[in-house]
Design a protein around this ligand. Structure first.
Ligand SMILES: Cc1cc2nc3c(=O)[nH]c(=O)nc-3n(C[C@H](O)[C@H](O)[C@H](O)COP(=O)(O)OP(=O)(O)OC[C@H]3O[C@@H](n4cnc5c(N)ncnc54)[C@H](O)[C@@H]3O)c2cc1C
Length: 416
């Protein structure tokens, strides 16, 4: 199945009867070379790059629910690479480069829209910190601009500039940042991987690992035992549960993060805007809805729904930043399960079990990482060595003290 403008036109003339499923629906085989656990963005991207870049075959992705039902289809869709630290910046920069050509590569419309990400600052100290981060971004070859208050006002005149408590002093703008349609990214990678022969198996929950003498042999699933000598786990919010089945306790905790969508409004918000004095970020979807979010719910949970105090907190942030948002009606809210690492930085690494690889700890920032995460995890699984841009994402860094404590991550993930 190949998509093109001509195809859309042709199908329109034929009553749209020629469209086929975006990926096959195969039954699991008895054995594969490589199994990826988790059919989210990271798992599907890993399978795709394993097949396309690293020439691997006999790959299966096992997903316990349906594709796009996890965080990949629940996030607020922001992509950017404005990170500060050496451990992170090159990795997210690599991801943005992959985003830029992703739709052509996958032949799938993921609505990647590089319409800019603006982080607002409200104090002199915050502006200095943004200047430093922006310089780090530019030194790595990516774009960043420090705007003063007048420039921000020109871009977003509806913001509350004269709020006595949180006056807007300027902002750090990354024009190459933006948004992508979240679940279409999962569908696009599934489409691309399926075309390369990857078996994508939904409704197949991994319930245990078969490990003999420290070596991976295969996985026990809700659809029977499947053998594989290499297994990559990319299950985001379920990381702790799944890795516990291999006898591992991770430096990761699961929390709920909520997202909100308003009724459709006329085009108002030019790109992504984030509040620097609270945890609130907003963009506008192509259908006109304001898509926004804030902080995680402050308790551990595996439920994909959150509680009212956080909704109140997020709305307070929105009202402080742009009081006009108070007149919009909230249409939808949902939650996803975040795999919060202790320094806010992810893990892409081998494990003590030979043939078992782990990808997780993405906190609330893993969507933008999807292409690079899949690429680097595929590199690790195929070669046994970390990809150079992901070499800091080690599992043992909490023991050795080499944490990557990144403020560019968002609001203090290390405090959760
Ligand atoms: C509300 C919200 C807003 C967010 N906003 C942003 C944002 O704006 N920008 C950004 O960069 N990031 C954002 N994130 C974070 C981002 O969505 C996640 O970090 C990222 O999607 C996680 O990777 P994934 O796509 O592979 O996860 P998922 O889509 O959750 O994939 C994991 C999959 O593993 C499956 N699974 C679990 N256990 C098993 C098992 N035992 N067997 C088989 N399968 C299993 C699950 O069903 C799931 O489908 C947000 C997240 C949320 C919830």
């Amino acid at each position: 199945m190949t998509y093109s403008g001509f195809r859309v036109f042709w199908e329109g003339l034929r009553g749209n009867k020629g469209w086929r499923p975006v990926w096959r629906d195969p039954d699991p085989k008895a054995a594969y070379d490589i199994i990826i656990v988790g059919g989210g963005g990271h798992g599907l991207a890993t399978a795709y790059y394993l097949a396309r870049v690293y020439g691997q075959a006999r790959i299966a992705v096992l997903e316990k629910n349906w594709l796009g039902g996890g965080n990949v289809g629940r996030n607020t869709t922001i992509i950017r690479s404005n990170y500060l630290l050496e451990g992170n910046q090159p990795f997210y920069s690599f991801s943005m480069k992959l985003w830029a050509g992703l739709e052509q590569e996958l032949n799938y419309n993921a609505m990647v829209s590089q319409r800019g990400v603006l982080n607002l600052c409200h104090t002199d100290a915050q502006r200095d910190a943004y200047r430093r981060r922006g310089n780090a971004v530019r030194m790595s070859g990516d774009d960043a601009e420090l705007l003063d208050a007048a420039q921000v006002r020109q871009m977003a005149p509806f913001l509350n500039f004269d709020n006595a408590r949180f006056p807007i002093k300027g902002g750090l703008l990354q024009r190459s940042g933006g948004t992508a349609r979240h679940d279409a990214v999962a569908w696009g990678y599934a489409h691309g991987a399926d075309k390369l022969g990857v078996d994508i198996i939904q409704n197949c929950e991994v319930k245990g690992f078969r490990i003999e003498k420290g070596m991976m042999r295969g996985v026990e699933t809700s659809r029977g035992y499947i053998a594989a000598s290499k297994v990559g786990v990319a299950v985001a919010g379920s990381s702790g549960l799944v890795m516990a089945m291999a006898g591992m306790k991770l430096p990761v905790e699961s929390h709920v993060l909520q997202a909100f969508v308003s009724e459709g409004l006329k085009p108002t918000i030019p790109g992504v805007i984030t509040f620097g004095a609270g945890h609130f970020y907003v963009s506008q979807s192509d259908k006109g809805g304001l898509v926004f979010g804030g902080d995680i719910d402050g308790y551990n949970s595996y439920a994909q729904r959150g509680n009212l105090p956080v909704i109140e907190d997020v709305c307070e942030g929105g009202m402080a930043l742009m009081p006009m948002i108070g007149r919009a009606r909230l249409l939808r809210a949902w939650g996803g399960i975040m795999d919060m690492s202790q320094d806010g930085t992810p893990i892409i690494d081998r494990t003590p079990v030979d043939g078992l690889f782990f990808n997780g700890g993405w906190c609330y920032g893993g969507f933008k990482a999807t292409p690079a995460s899949g690429y680097c995890f595929a590199h690790l699984i195929a070669t046994g060595e970390p990809h150079p841009t992901a070499r800091f994402f080690r599992l043992d860094r909490f023991r050795s003290g080499h944490v990557v404590d990144e403020k560019g991550m968002g609001a203090q993930p290390n405090l959760h």
